[in-house]
Design a protein around this ligand. Structure first.
Ligand code: SF4
Ligand code: MG
Length: 328
């Protein structure tokens, strides 16, 4: 079957600084620079990388919060990036975003009922208040909250509860694609697992497709069907969860994995993550080369194409063979 979402050669570029006469002195930031992936119906693809790698910009471009500079994104075969905002409006219900900071995204002056009734009204999903309240009560239960909380205000809730409300606001619309951007990063570690399990359960039960954006491979480990690793605007490795965690085939993926404490129990970071490069002045050739212990001359001059390590497992590295010997 065709994937629900097919993204091809997506580019989102920004100009930095203020415009000067004759276009001088403006630097181009290639936040997303040729990203391709697909997400099947009911599938969870995680997008992982350090802060500034462009992963949030991918999510924001797909929800039309940013404007794409190039490429295509098809939802059910329909190209969405070239639609005008008016043409895109009917699709807003289908593509929903869960944000990192649930408090910032909840209006402190609205009760939970009002908060959840608003999207229902905007998308015409409830005709009467009774109908809306029934849907709201059902959705609150779904996210593990007592329907009675409807009468309360956001400040009365803990961070974890607020994120449950944020999730309810998305799920009440029965979207087809959910983009979760660092959905548990702002929560206490003790709460993270609970909210992650909730997201996974809701995703599995509803069959919604998900793009799960996170800087933390430890967090994506249990939630993902497939994982894409991003570095400076590009996907450097993509594969199934087992490909990425058991057979990582890009030096950057290895570096990220080495920084998850749980993977090497009893040891601290086995490698220093080093300074992430700056997207505004990316290194030549393979952008990862200043941090890579496998780098050779070709890495400094030539951008590596994506090589198939196996079916559906791609790595953009010149030296996959050397890497495989290193792992053995
Ligand atoms: Fe390292 Fe070269 Fe592979 Fe880039 S292409 S990850 S620098 S070995
Ligand atoms: Mg981000």
């Amino acid at each position: 079957a065709a994937p629900l979402l097919q993204v091809e050669d997506l580019k989102t570029h920004f100009f930095l600084g203020t415009a000067r006469p004759f276009g001088s002195g403006r630097r181009l930031l290639k936040a997303v620079d040729g990203v391709s992936f697909s997400i099947g119906a009911g599938e969870v693809l995680s997008l992982v990388g350090e802060s500034g790698c462009g992963k949030s910009t991918v999510g924001r471009t797909l929800t039309r919060l940013e404007t794409a500079s190039g490429g295509t994104a098809r939802l059910d075969g329909r190209e969405i990036l070239s639609l005008s905002q008016a043409e895109f409006r009917p699709l807003r219900r289908e593509i929903q975003m869960i944000f990192q900071d649930p408090f910032a995204s909840l209006n402190p002056r609205l009760t939970i009922e009002q908060t959840l009734a608003e999207p229902l009204r905007i998308h015409g999903l409830a005709q009467t208040r009774t109908e809306a309240r029934a849907l709201i009560a059902e959705t609150l239960q779904l996210v593990g909250l007592d329907p009675k909380v409807m009468e309360r205000y956001p400040h009365e809730f803990s961070g974890g509860q607020r994120q449950r409300i944020g999730i309810a606001r998305v799920m009440i619309l029965k979207p087809r694609l959910v983009i979760a951007d660092e959905a548990v990063s702002a929560l206490d570690v003790s709460i993270q697992a609970q909210v992650l399990n909730l997201i996974k359960d809701l995703q599995r039960d509803s069959g919604v497709s998900m793009l799960f954006i996170s800087h933390d491979l430890g967090v994506v480990r249990h939630i993902s069907d497939r994982v894409a690793v991003m570095y400076l605007g590009r996907i450097v490795e993509i594969g199934t969860r087992a490909d990425i965690f058991d057979r990582p085939s890009h030096p950057y993926t290895r570096l990220l994995l080495s920084s998850i404490p749980r993977i090497v129990p009893g040891r601290k970071r086995v490698e220093d993550l080093g300074e992430p490069a700056n997207a505004a002045s990316p290194p030549s050739g393979c952008a990862f080369h200043p941090r890579c212990k496998f780098a050779t001359d070709i890495c400094r001059t030539t951008q590596p194409p994506a090589h198939a390590v196996d079916t559906g497992h791609l790595s953009a590295c010149h030296h996959i063979e050397a890497l495989q010997k290193d792992l053995a």
